[in-house]
Write a protein that binds this ligand. Structure first.
Ligand code: UDX
Length: 436
C-alpha cells in the first residue's frame, strides 16, 4: 500500500513509521521544516523508546520518507491519514479542528485516483462528515472515501501498543474503503488483533468514550485512595481486590496525583462539550474533570501537611516532572500544578527528570534543575516522587538520607514499601495507604 501520513506529531510519526515497518510505502508530511529536516537527519522530535531505530531501518530500506510538500505527497496514493493536532480551543474547550479541515482541503485539491482518507487525529463525532463535505466542496471530482480510525497508543509504549493493539477500530460509510483498510492492517489482523468495522460516527465516539472511561477509572481509584487514608485501608490492596474481578479489570487502578498528558484532559473536555451541545450531558465525566483538577492542587497541600504545615523558605526536591514515565511530554502534567502550589506556599523547588527538563524549563519558573536525584535532594526538607520513572524505583536511600536536611519522603506513585523507606530513617507518605 502507498500511504501518506499528514502530521508528523506523536500519533502521525509513530503510526507512519510502524506502517512502513509493516512493509508499506510511507511518506510522512509535516509543514514544520525543521522537524522534517531533523527526521531526515535521523533525529527524533520526540522521545519514544525504539522509535529512532525503526525510522533508521525503514529509511535505509526505502520504505519511509519525509516531506514538507503536501501537494506532491498525496498524488497517486492508496491511503492518506490525517494525523494533525486537535488542541482544546481556547475559551470553550471544544476540540480545535482547523488543522484537520485545512489538511482535508489541501488534500482534496491534489489527490488523484480512488483514495481512502483516514482521520487518525482524535476528532469529535461528526468530523468525518465535515471532512467529506469540505473535500467534496474543494474538489467535486475527487474520488475519495472518508474513514475514521482512532489511535489508542500510549506515550512511552507507543510502538508496542501500535504493533499489539487490543483492537483496531475502523468507521466507514463507503464499503470500497473496507478492503483497503483491511490490507493496511493485515499484519496485525494476522496477528489476531480484532478489526472492528463500524459506522463512522460510532468509531469517532468510541475513542472519546474509551479515554473518558479510563480517566474516570483513574479518578475513581484516586477518590478511593483518599477514603483509604481516612478509614485506615490500603488502596493498592483495594485495587487488587476489585481488579481481579474480570468485569472491572486490574489496569488503570493506580492511585496517584491525578491524570495528565495530551489525551485525557483534552478528550474528556471535548466529550463533555459535545454531550452538552447535544443536550445529553455526561455528568460522570463532568465530575471526573472537576475532581481531577482539584486533586492536583490538593497534592501540593499534601506535601505541605506532611512537612508540618509550613514550607516557607524550605527546599522541596521533586523527582519526575513529565505526566508519566518514558516520555518528555509535560502537557497537563500534575507536576506543574503541584510545583506551583508549593511555590505559592513559599517553598523553593529543585527538580530532576530523566527526559522532561528541557520542556519543563519552558513552563515552570523559578525552579532549579538538578542532574540527578541526589543533587536534587541536597539539603532538601522533603523529597517528592511525582512521576514513577524506573530509575526512581531503586534509589539509594541511605545516600538520599545523608544528602537531605529533613528526611521526609512523599511518594505520590506508591513506588516504595513503607518499611523499606522508614528503615532508613525517613518519614514516609504515600497515596491511599493509611500510615504511609
Ligand atoms: C492515553 C490512553 O491510554 C491512550 O489509549 C490514548 O490513545 C491516549 O491517551 P497516554 O496519555 O499516553 O495514553 O498515557 P496513559 O498511560 O494512559 O496515562 C495517562 C495519565 O493517567 C498519566 O498521567 C498517568 O500517570 C495516569 N494514570 C494512568 C494514573 O494515574 N493511574 C493509572 O492507573 C493509569
Amino acid at each position: 500500500m502507498k500511504i501518506t501520513m499528514i502530521g508528523a506529531g506523536y500519533v502521525g510519526l509513530v503510526s507512519g513509521v510502524c506502517f512502513s515497518d509493516f512493509g508499506h510505502d510511507v511518506i510522512c508530511v509535516d509543514k514544520d521544516t525543521a522537524k522534517i529536516e531533523a527526521l531526515e537527519a535521523g533525529r527524533m522530535p520526540i522521545y519514544e523508546p525504539g522509535l529512532q531505530q525503526i525510522v533508521a531501518e525503514n529509511v535505509r530500506d526505502g520504505r519511509l520518507a519525509f516531506s514538507t510538500d503536501l501537494a506532491e505527497s498525496v498524488r497517486d496514493r492508496d491511503v492518506i491519514f490525517i494525523a494533525v493536532g486537535t488542541p482544546s480551543r481556547r475559551g470553550d474547550g471544544h476540540a480545535d479542528l482547523s488543522y484537520v479541515l485545512d489538511a482535508a482541503r489541501q488534500i482534496a485539491e491534489h489527490v488523484t485516483g480512488f483514495t481512502v482518507i483516514v482521520t487518525k487525529s482524535t476528532v469529535p463525532v461528526g468530523t468525518g462528515d465535515e471532512v467529506e463535505r469540505i473535500m467534496r466542496e474543494a474538489n467535486p471530482s475527487a474520488d475519495i472515501a472518508v474513514v475514521s480510525n482512532p489511535e489508542f497508543l500510549r506515550e512511552g509504549a507507543a510502538i508496542d501498543d501500535f504493533k499489539r493493539p487490543d483492537r483496531i477500530v475502523i468507521g466507514l460509510e463507503d464499503d470500497r474503503a473496507r478492503p483497503v483498510m483491511s490490507e493496511v492492517y493485515r499484519p496485525l489482523y494476522l496477528n489476531h488483533s480484532p478489526l472492528l468495522f463500524t459506522a463512522r460516527r460510532t468509531s469517532e465516539l468510541i475513542k472519546y468514550a474509551g479515554n473518558a472511561f479510563l480517566a474516570m477509572k483513574i479518578t475513581y481509584i484516586n477518590e478511593i485512595a483518599d477514603l483509604c487514608e481516612k478509614v485506615g485501608a490500603n488502596v493498592q490492596e483495594v485495587a487488587r481486590g476489585i481488579g481481579l474481578d474480570g468485569r472491572i479489570g486490574a489496569k488503570f487502578l493506580h492511585a496517584g496525583p491525578g491524570y495528565g498528558g495530551s489525551c485525557f484532559p483534552k478528550d474528556t473536555l471535548a466529550l463533555v462539550k459535545t454531550a452538552q451541545d447535544y443536550e445529553s450531558p455526561i455528568r460522570l465525566i463532568e465530575t471526573t474533570i472537576a475532581v481531577n483538577d482539584t486533586r492536583k492542587r490538593a497534592m501540593g497541600r499534601k506535601v505541605i501537611a506532611a512537612a508540618g504545615g509550613d514550607v516557607r523558605g524550605r527546599k522541596v526536591a521533586i523527582l519526575g516532572l513529565t505526566f508519566k514515565p518514558n516520555t518528555d511530554d509535560m502537557r497537563d502534567s500534575p507536576s506543574i500544578t503541584i510545583i506551583q502550589a508549593l511555590q505559592d506556599a513559599g517553598a523553593l523547588i529543585t527538580a530532576y527528570d530523566p527526559e522532561g527538563m528541557d520542556n519543563a524549563r519552558k513552563l515552570l519558573e523559578d525552579v532549579t534543575y538538578a542532574d540527578s536525584p541526589y543533587v536534587a535532594a541536597q539539603d532538601a526538607d522533603a523529597l517528592v516522587i511525582v512521576t514513577e520513572w524506573n530509575e526512581f524505583r531503586a534509589l539509594n536511600l541511605a545516600r538520599l538520607k545523608a544528602a537531605m536536611r529533613t528526611p521526609l519522603f512523599v511518594d505520590m506513585r506508591n513506588v516504595y514499601q513503607v518499611s523499606e523507606v522508614t528503615r532508613h530513617g525517613f518519614s514516609y507518605v504515600g497515596v491511599g495507604r493509611a500510615g504511609g
